[in-house]
Design a protein around this ligand. Structure first.
Ligand code: SAH
Length: 463
């Protein structure tokens, strides 16, 4: 190990920072966050840095660096573009036995700054030993995406109740077991869901009971987006990786299923059109049963669970059964297919509003309100409309939408198989007969479709 990571308590410690520019400012921000008192010496001091010093009881010295400024300092930093000055600060600090850092110059450092993931009181420092700060930053961004920002609040809650746990459980081992149960379970999830008071009450209850074992399960209704795993939210991924059971639909892609916890039970409850693999009532029952057995159940749905996803209905049942739940939004097909298809849903010149409409028609008779869809300057997006394309087009024409209105179909949006065709209400049925695009597909109607030829960037267009 080239450097030993240590966490330094800098509260009210005096630090000398030589240099007053951008680089010095960045370091000053970090040091003041840790409560340090800064003395900055430079010929010119950046105005933001000056403000920071004012705010944190720092001292600004406009003028030359002098070695006596090191007296009484805990750390020294040099952040100037004058190499010989930087070197002098280094040698003076060494002579005075003060840890020193010359920014971006590892040979002139007795300590280095790690890349930081700050979820105070939890803090992670990552160092490449000065070999590759970029690599450390890449690792940092990976961790940033995995650790919810609300981890801070969880850390604070645990800190507040630490003494209570200590008093209740004599042995270190017992305490460790309790914390492990608590921090993997509902208490943590409640904090992440912004229900801090409930989390604290539950934690107190569990401390009192001496165990977290009896906790009931929870259901996470998670939007898995349109197919491309890169479009999952951080939160969706985190919950998928904690799941004991996953109930998933047909539209959830294999790549996304791969990202669920390896030993989770995977249950397919997908529905095909006119062919309900598992009736909705049974899905609701399954969710309730698994949660009541204390499991963490992820209900994974394509796109967004609240857009043509029947998510609301499932939650009503969970609520009635007293099962706690969370909902995670996903990128809905309209949004994903329009962006990956190069068709903005709104545009200052073409469309000021957008409507999401189901193309599923009961008994194949038109029960949609087409008269609401014919006015210009709006975009209509039909979900589940591929098999009723002809009826939808006819409905629009019958209600007076011009036959040269532009229309596009985006099939299997965001996947490597994505295909886009575009035409007009007059010829789209024929074009589709020819192209035979497959479900799932979104139909976009409106002038915005004209932009597709300029803005297409992903996958292949058929025509
Ligand atoms: N909750 C989902 C929609 C479910 S309804 C969401 O928010 O996206 C199912 C319909 O969504 C499909 O018939 C199709 O119209 C659309 N759809 C879902 N994924 C799609 C994709 N990758 N490409 C095109 N359309 C998609």
């Amino acid at each position: 190990m080239e450097y030993l990571p240590l966490f330094f308590d800098l509260k009210d410690r005096h630090i000398l920072l030589v240099g007053g520019g951008d680089v010095a400012l960045r370091k000053a921000r970090l040091l003041t966050r840790a409560g340090a008192r800064l003395t900055v010496v430079a010929h010119a001091i950046d105005s933001e840095l000056a403000q920071l010093l004012d705010l944190h009881h720092g001292v600004a010295i406009l003028g030359d660096y002098r070695s006596d400024l090191l007296l009484g300092k805990t750390l020294a930093l040099a952040a100037t573009d004058n190499d010989s000055l930087n070197e002098q600060v280094y040698h003076d600090a060494i002579a005075a036995n003060i840890p020193v850092n010359v920014v971006d110059n590892p040979p002139l450092c007795t300590f280095i700054f790690p890349a930081i993931v700050d979820r105070s009181p939890i803090v992670i420092g990552i160092s490449s030993g000065g070999q590759s700060p970029v690599l450390a930053r890449i690792l940092r961004s990976k961790l940033e995406s995995q650790i919810p920002v609300s981890f801070s609040r969880l850390g604070e809650l645990v800190g507040r109740l630490r003494d209570k746990v200590k008093a209740r459980f004599a042995s270190v081992n017992e305490r460790r077991v309790v914390w492990e149960q608590v921090l993997h379970g509902q208490v943590a999830e409640k904090v992440f869901a912004g229900r801090d008071q409930e989390a604290e009450a539950l934690l107190l209850e569990q401390i009192e009971a001496g165990s977290a074992k009896s906790q009931t399960g929870e259901v996470y209704l998670v939007g898995a987006g349109p197919g491309d795993p890169d479009l999952l939210t951080f939160k969706a991924l985190r919950l998928m990786q904690q799941a004991d059971v996953v109930l998933y639909d047909r539209l959830v892609s294999d790549e996304i299923l791969e990202l669920c916890r390896r030993d989770a039970d995977m249950i397919y409850v997908g529905k095909k059109r006119d062919n309900h693999a598992v009736p909705q009532h049974d899905i609701n029952q399954l969710l309730i049963e698994h949660a009541k057995a204390g499991r963490r159940v992820v209900r994974l749905k394509g796109g967004d669970p609240f857009i043509f996803g029947r998510g609301g209905e499932e939650l009503e049942q969970l609520k009635a059964a007293g099962i706690p739940f969370q909902v995670v939004p996903g990128v809905t097909a309209a949004s994903a297919c329009s962006t990956y298809g190069g068709i903005p849903l709104t545009h200052r010149n073409y469309a000021q509003s957008v409507k999401f409409v189901t193309g599923q028609l009961k008994n194949r008779t038109t029960d949609l309100n087409f008269s609401e869809m014919i006015s210009p300057n709006q975009t209509i997006v039909f979900y589940m409309g591929l098999h009723t394309l002809e009826l939808l087009v006819q409905g629009l024409l019958d209600h007076g939408k011009p036959a040269d209105t532009l229309i596009a179909i985006v099939s299997q949006g965001t996947s490597a198989q994505q295909r886009v065709i575009k035409g007009t209400l007059r010829n789209i049925v024929e074009l589709q007969q020819h192209a035979q695009l497959e479900a799932p597909a979104i139909i976009i109607v409106g002038e915005v479709v004209a932009l597709q030829s300029q803005l297409s960037w992903f996958g292949q267009d058929v025509c």
